[in-house]
Structures are given as C-alpha cells and as structure tokens.
Design a binder for this molecule. Structure first.
Ligand code: WTA
Length: 632
C-alpha cells in the first residue's frame, strides 16, 4: 500500500523528496502494487509533443489491484455499499469477494457480446452498483470505458459514442432521481439512430418500465449473467495502455475525450485518496458525485477500491425525500468521510437547519468539497453545522485532465483556511504565471495556474486527436501544463483557486463550454447569433446568461425563450439550460470580429459601471442597448 502521511511535518518532508527526485518518489509508491511485470524506466517525458510515459514497460491490470489483491486480507469486508434513491428500498452491499465475482461475471458478459481489449465501451447508466461493476468489468478485459453522465441528451450521447467509435453501450431501462423516472434506454435508442459502430446494448433492469427492443442488438443483463462463469482472468495491460476516456468541455469546439492510462492513474488514484481523506481501515467513505464525472471515477471507484476501502454509491438526489437525505444517510451508514460539491452545500444551506438538526453526524471525520470554488458562507456553514467546528474540510482542487486531486489539505494534517484549497500534494509542482508566461515567484499574488512537471495521473492525449491535446493544454505556456484556472497564493504559500480564465462556465460544478451552448442555441431557426457567459448564481455557483440576436421576425419573445431552452436541453442536456436569455440587436465585437466576452460578463454580473475600454469595438453603441435590456 502506498504511504499515508501522518503529520504536516511529514507532508513537508515527503513533498521535498517528491520534488527533488520525482522518479524515485513515485517508484517507491508504485512498488506497493501488484505488477505482472515491473517497469524498465519510471518516467519519459516532454511537454512539447506532449509525451508523458510513466512506468514504461510495466504490465498490470488495475482490477487485480482493486479486487484480487484484497481477497486474502479483506475478502469479507464490504467494498461497495449502495444506497437507493428510494429510502425505503434496502441498501445493497458487496464484499470484496462478491464484488470480484460480480466484476468477473460482467466481464464475461462483455466478452460473450464481442468485447475485446482496446474496444471502446460507452456507459450511460444511473448510479446503480451495476455502473461501478461495469466500469471495472471493462478494465478487467482491457476495454476502454467511456462513461457519459446520464443527464446528457441523446444528441450529446451520440456525439461521444461516435467520437470514440464505441461498439457496445451499457445502460439501464430508467434512471430514478427523486420522484422522477427518466427513460434511459429510450435516450440510448434515439442516440443509436446515428451511431453505426454500436453492435450491442446491454440493459440493466432497475425500474421495470417498458422499453423498446432491437432483437439481436439489445440484451438484458440479468439474462446474460445467467450464461457466464464467475471466473475471468485479468487482461494484461501495458502501464501506458488507455484505461478510460472521459469527455469534458473546453473553451472551443466539441467536448474532447480526455485519455487516462492504466499504470500512472492507478498509483496516483490510491495515493491521493488515502492521503487526502486520511482513510483508515474500517472507515465508511462516501463521495456523492456521479460516476459520469471524473470525481466518481477516481474517488468512488478506483481510489477507494485500490486502497481497500468501503466506498458508498448513492443513487438519489440530496433533496429527496427531503433536504435532510445526505445527513440521514451519513447517520444510517455511519459515514466517516463525506465528499460533495459546493453547489449541494449551498442548496441544502438554503433549505434551513431544520433538515440538519435531527441528525447526529457523529461518525464524520473528514469533510470534502470539489468542483468549484467554495464561497466563505458555504464553507462556514459546512464547518459549523456538519463538522460541528471540529472536523477538517478538504477543499480539493483538480480536473478531469489531472486524474486526481492536485491541491488540497490532507485530512487534519496541516493548516486549514476557509476558501483555500491549500498546498499541492507530493509530486505536484504548481506555478503561477503572468499572461506572458513569466513565473510569479512572490507570494500574495494572483496568476494563471500551471503545472511544470508531470505527475502519474495526468492526461496523456485527447482521444483521436493528439494535436488538440497539445494546443489546449501545452501550447499556451512553454514547458507547462496550463489548467485554465486562475489562482492566488497567500503569504504562507497556500493556493486559493479563483476560477476559470477561459470560456468555460462552471454550472453546479459541471463544465460547460460557451461554444457548445452557443451552437445549441443557434440551432433555433429564429436565432442569428448568440453569446453566452457565466454570472454569479447563489446555488449553482455560475448560471448561464445568453445574449441572442434574432432574425427580427419573432412575435412572442417568451415562446422563443422556451424554444431556446428546449433546443439546449435536446442538444446537450438540461444541465446546460440558460438561466437568462436577453434579446439584443448586436454583440460587442472587435474589428476582427471577436466577441468581447469581458463586456458581456460584466453586464451579466450586474456590474456595467466598470466596462473598461470599449473604443476598440466595431460598434460601441450596442453596449448601451445591451445594458438597457439587462435581465436582473
Ligand atoms: C474547478 C472536477 C475551485 C476548476 C474534479 C477546474 C475547482 C474545474 C475546484 C475542473 C476547487 C474543481 N476549487 N475550483 N476545489 N475543483 N474546480 O474537470 O475550475 O469537472 O478547472 O473536474 O473545476 O472541473 P472537472
């Protein structure tokens, strides 16, 4: 098992070691895993191409490390605990032995349906244990999983399936969220009308609703499981073979498939999990994220299982049957580490303390947040009412591309400061840059957050388009990975993440590219052009504000607004719905035709007093029009 740091002093000395000799440091951590063959070289890299190879020549299978190696030591310990959407439905649990068997069976179902090493398999599933099992089943046979969050629309799903040319889709009949039942299989059916690569669809039956069926293509999971054995040898993978693809939004174009590989991701997922959450044997750990996002990949499935933890999955929503559900579940399952998003904290805070008061919350030892900057008010509420002022809060900064937590406190080991993520984990070398790429050495300064040295779980490529990976992450600043975030370093060297500096909007912790949302809005016949920006939203962190130019033929503005919301839901999903839509005669553009989003952002923030210089605009008068029509 990788090392667990036990004090702040130890953190400091480990950090020093990790920077002085990164290869030695990571080789020592990696030694503790099960490798079918050891590496020849720890690291080979340059950020120019980029080329990043960790543990070259090593062979492994991550599921042997998540499952097989625990069978002797903790085979009867609960590995995966599952709490249903409906509080009356019985919780399910799998010991390490049971999970191992379930994964092997599912893996055999995949093989029986034609899956092979290197195939891409798309998972569009609700938060059922079968989702976690399916992820591991893909890894078991060396197929590359591409989990698509089951809130995305059929169009968005089809785009992702086609980009990765998946041959199998794993889904369920329906998604149960609160009182709603969303027909997942129907979304898949619609998407597959434009996905010729898909040959098989394997469906988990959870809600028992009627579904349409394509004979030969569609299979019920429960029927397939009856036909296979419980033994499935783990496929031998190279450390640098892809483990998964996960699509994420950037500032330009379509979402890109971030590729993570087997060896480095494994080492960093376990190491960061154990240290950030200070997990101890016997603890029950709960991350409320969906496995459709990177947080669920690294900190519901891989990190905890690699570390031999008991990890909980939750099918439901924080407000069902009422806003006390999280705290009810914490007491019910005696949760020790609880990891959620600031947007959930703000939503529950708004419902009032009467939903917190009935619960003891006495088992909690570490609280975590992820996905967006946490505002001071939410941090204080979390600290005072959930942690009772006694529990460390780890504000974990990281990204889909980083694979694991980069900047965070390590449980209670070290200082904490509201709204500060804190210090980098061992092995992580962040820098602040000025816009010209000069390193800002002093503290108490703000800058662009970049990383100057590789770490094991970093992005390797963007699926099918390596040049895009280079352009987006490695071309802005020479020899640096650029995060797209701005940050501040305080006098003690702690980092506070300010937010995105590019055209990415963070809605409830979900990344939305402005271009993606604009493309969707522009699908409306009456729309000529649009520009979207984020504005501060009390619960979601950021909301989407859309400025829309119409063809001038609209009779009913409200109707068009509804139709725009509908197309966005259809093209991307409900999570990308614009909160406010303002119709404008024009957009503030430079002479070269670039939209000055800075101006639109200021107006959307309700702050039009300080627009700065608008003299470079092609038509400065549109700004006045836009200001007048601002939607409060
Ligand atoms: C933001 C989620 C402030 C940031 C793991 C980053 C944060 C983007 C934090 C990545 C945090 C994530 N404080 N901002 N603790 N964590 N972010 O890829 O802007 O969904 O670039 O990964 O979320 O989002 P992603």
């Amino acid at each position: 098992m990788t090392k667990q740091i036990n004090s702040f002093e130890e953190y400091q000395s480990e950090y020093k070691k990790s920077v002085k000799d990164p290869e030695k440091f990571w080789a020592e951590q990696a030694e503790t895993f099960t490798w079918q063959k050891k590496w020849k070289k720890v690291l080979d890299w340059n950020f120019k191409e980029p080329k990043v190879k960790w543990f070259q020549g090593a062979k492994l299978n991550i599921t042997e490390n998540c499952l097989d190696r625990h069978l002797e030591t903790r085979g009867d310990q609960v590995a995966l605990l599952w709490e249903a959407n409906n509080p009356k439905e019985k919780a399910r649990s799998y010991t390490y032995k049971e999970l191992h068997e379930a994964v092997c069976r599912y893996a055999n179902v995949l093989k029986k349906n034609g899956a092979k090493k290197g195939d891409r398999i798309c998972l569009y599933m609700p938060m059922l244990p079968e989702l976690g099992i399916a992820v591991l089943a893909c890894a078991r046979i060396g197929a590359i999983h591409s989990v698509v969050f089951a809130g995305f629309s059929a169009t968005a799903l089809a785009d992702r399936i086609n980009d990765a040319k998946c041959n199998i889709v794993l889904t369920a009949d329906a998604i149960r969220r609160g009182k709603k039942e969303i027909p997942a299989k129907a979304v898949v059916d619609e998407a597959l009308q434009t996905c010729p690569s898909v040959k098989k669809v394997i469906v988990t039956n959870c809600a028992g609703i009627a579904v349409s069926w394509v004979p030969g293509r569609d299979k019920w999971l429960f029927e397939e499981l009856k036909k296979v054995s419980a033994k499935c040898p783990a496929e031998q993978m190279d450390a640098e073979d892809p483990l998964f693809v996960l699509y994420t939004s950037g500032s330009t174009g379509k979402p890109k498939g971030v590729v993570h590989t087997c060896g480095g991701y494994m080492v960093y997922a376990e190491y960061s999990f154990k240290n950030v959450f200070q997990y101890k044997k016997g603890d029950v750990y709960w991350c409320t994220a969906d496995i459709g996002w990177i947080t669920g990949h690294s900190y519901i499935i891989y990190g905890p299982l690699l570390a031999g933890a008991t990890t909980m999955m939750f099918e439901g929503v924080p407000t069902y049957p009422d806003a006390g559900r999280f705290w009810n579940v914490v007491d019910k399952h005696k949760v020790n580490q609880f990891y959620t998003a600031p947007t959930a904290i703000r939503a529950l805070m708004a419902k009032g303390l009467k939903y917190v008061k009935p619960y003891k919350l006495s088992t909690l030892k570490v609280l975590g947040t992820v996905g967006e900057p946490i505002n001071e008010e939410a941090w204080n509420w979390y600290d005072e009412h959930i942690g009772k002022g006694k529990i460390p809060i780890v504000d974990t900064w990281w990204q889909t591309e980083t694979g694991g937590i980069m900047i965070s406190a390590l449980g209670d080991k070290g200082p904490r400061k509201a709204t500060y993520a804190g210090y980098p984990l061992p092995g992580i070398q962040p820098v602040l840059l000025d816009p010209k790429g000069k390193v800002i050495k002093e503290n108490e300064k703000e800058g662009l957050l970049a990383i100057k040295y590789p770490w094991p779980s970093m992005i390797r490529t963007t699926y099918g388009d390596h040049e895009r990976c280079r352009m987006v992450y490695f071309s802005a600043f020479k020899n640096h990975y650029f995060t797209g975030d701005g940050a501040r370093r305080d006098k003690d060297g702690m980092y506070r993440i300010i937010g995105r500096v590019d055209d990415v909007i963070n809605v409830s912790g979900h990344r939305m590219g402005t271009a993606e949302v604009e493309n969707a809005i522009n699908q409306n016949e009456e729309v000529v052009e649009s520009a979207v920006v984020g504005y501060p939203h009390p619960i979601k962190g950021q909301g989407i504000y859309a400025y829309v130019i119409t063809n001038g033929k609209i009779k009913d503005e409200q109707k068009l607004r509804e139709s725009i919301v509908k197309t966005v839901s259809k093209e991307i999903g409900k999570i990308a719905k614009p909160e406010k839509i303002q119709f404008v005669p024009g957009l503030p553009k430079t002479r070269s035709g670039k939209i000055m989003r800075r101006i639109l952002r200021k107006i959307a923030e309700g702050n039009p007093g300080q627009l700065g210089d608008v003299s470079t605009l092609l038509d400065p008068s549109v700004v006045e029009h836009i200001k007048k029509g601002y939607l409060k």
